[in-house]
Write a protein that binds this ligand. Structure first.
Ligand SMILES: Cc1ncc(COP(=O)(O)O)c(C=O)c1O
Length: 429
């Protein structure tokens, strides 16, 4: 369950009024619920306890240090995809030994840094990358680089094409048929420690079938490679979807929800579909959830600047833009939009748009909302994942502040940027 609800008609994150946060810290503003994140982490561990998995939170979903340290203290490992993310995890108190290092384009410097830090393994996405990791490890005599191949199982995950990763039309991973030969070729290489095997088929997956199909396809290969090369772990990636529609009304998260026509994956179904396939592997199981842990735990709070009507449409112009939350523009993603204060009676149909000079700067088309006025605040829900972490400074817009709420306490975990922050490092000609 997420902890974002109306109390006395007004939106609250845990015990804290969102209106009061907007008054105090201004808008646009990201607000996260620490209790929700921890709850999601524990529930996921709970349903999979038969596998005793190591959860490696996918840092790209939300990389704020406060969120990383919250999860590190709960025992989480991390899935990182750059030298910067690895540094963030270390700064937040995460253990490199619980970090898996993914990414199709690791540089030699990043590989060296990962080796020096002592990551659990590099998730290798091509044969050339494997050679490069061996070469870098060879420079540090006596250092063996821990590696796991990322397998592309060629299984479609459904959902948006831009977040599907596990088919041969995608750049990710090593084709299923090539994997065994690459492990064989690497097995005599003393610079490498063949530690595991990994897959990740996509994101915002709302059915059990793709996970099950991919794991079912992988298991015989994994068993063979475990026996031949002594692999210790099988990492099944992330990708568990969440609810974006009606997230507030239900007070529930993705896995419980059965919205309208589509039946969504429940957490129990996810677990049931996997435990039976994985429990006899006698290997450590890793997961890399991102969105599932933080998505429903966060919102972007914005203020209504103007309203206008063309011959065709009504527009509500808000002070957050696509630079702050790009998912609707990039993926045509739906985010529920709710008044922060007590909703006024009545309803309007409106496009909620940002101030950025792009026609695609739209948070919602033809939304039915209670009537809004200048100065009202709106909450764009389920924005905890791939929100701030994908934010940019397009149009020289400083990025929002971030607040983490825990119970009745709210803490600024990232200050609002100022314009001068944006040109620091630039030089006048
Ligand atoms: C390798 C890998 N692992 C995990 C994730 C996290 O995915 P999600 O946030 O859907 O759980 C991603 C996201 O794209 C990824 O690329």
């Amino acid at each position: 369950m997420h902890r974002i609800q109306r109390k006395g008609g007004e939106l609250h994150v845990e015990g804290v009024s969102v209106e009061a946060l907007a008054d105090r810290y201004g808008t646009p503003l990201y607000v996260y619920s620490a209790g929700t994140i921890l709850d999601h982490y524990r529930r996921l561990r709970g349903v999979l306890r038969a596998l005793n998995p190591l959860i490696c939170y996918s840092v790209k979903a939300n990389s704020n240090l406060a969120i990383l340290s919250l999860l590190a203290r709960a025992g989480s490992g991390f899935d990182v995809v750059s030298g910067g993310e690895l540094e963030r995890v270390r700064k937040a108190g995460g253990k490199p030994a619980k970090c898996v290092y993914a990414g199709v384009g690791k540089t030699e410097e990043e590989i060296e840094a990962g080796l020096r830090a002592g990551v659990k393994a590099f998730h290798v996405e091509s044969e050339e990358e494997l050679h490069t990791i061996a070469m870098v490890a060879g420079r540090k005599r006596g250092r063996r680089a821990p590696v796991a191949l990322r397998v592309n199982p060629d299984v479609a995950a459904g959902g948006h094409a831009k977040i599907t990763t596990g088919t041969y039309a995608n750049k990710f991973g090593i084709p299923f048929e090539q994997v065994a030969a690459i492990y064989r070729g690497a097995s005599g290489d003393r610079r490498l420690h063949l530690r595991g095997i990994q897959m990740h088929i996509g994101s915002q997956i709302t059915q059990a079938a793709p996970f099950r199909a991919a794991v079912r396809k992988m298991v015989p290969l994994v068993e063979r490679l475990r026996d031949r090369h002594g692999l210790e772990y099988f990492d099944i990636g992330g990708g568990v979807g969440i609810v974006y529609q009606d997230a507030l009304a239900s007070g529930r998260d993705g896995w419980w929800k059965t919205p309208k026509a589509q039946r969504f994956l429940t957490l129990n179904e996810y677990a049931l579909s996997l435990v039976s396939l994985l429990r006899n592997l006698k290997m450590q199981i890793l997961l890399e959830p991102g969105r599932f842990l933080v998505g429903n735990a966060g919102m972007l709070v914005t203020e209504v600047l103007y309203r206008k009507r063309t011959g065709q449409k009504h527009f509500t112009v808000v002070d957050a833009g696509m630079n702050d939350l790009i998912r609707p523009t990039l993926y045509e993603a739906f985010h529920q939009i709710e008044p922060v204060g007590k909703p006024r009676p009545g309803a309007i149909s409106t496009d909620v748009v940002g101030p950025v000079c792009e026609s695609g700067d739209v948070f919602g088309h033809d939304r039915t909302l209670p009537p809004v006025e200048r100065g009202d605040r709106l909450a764009i829900l389920s924005a905890g994942a791939y929100g701030f972490s994908m934010a940019s400074n397009y149009n020289t817009r400083p990025r929002p502040a971030e607040i983490l709420v825990s119970g009745n306490r709210a803490r600024v975990v990232r200050s609002r940027e100022r314009a001068a922050d944006l040109w620091r490092g630039e030089r006048r000609s």
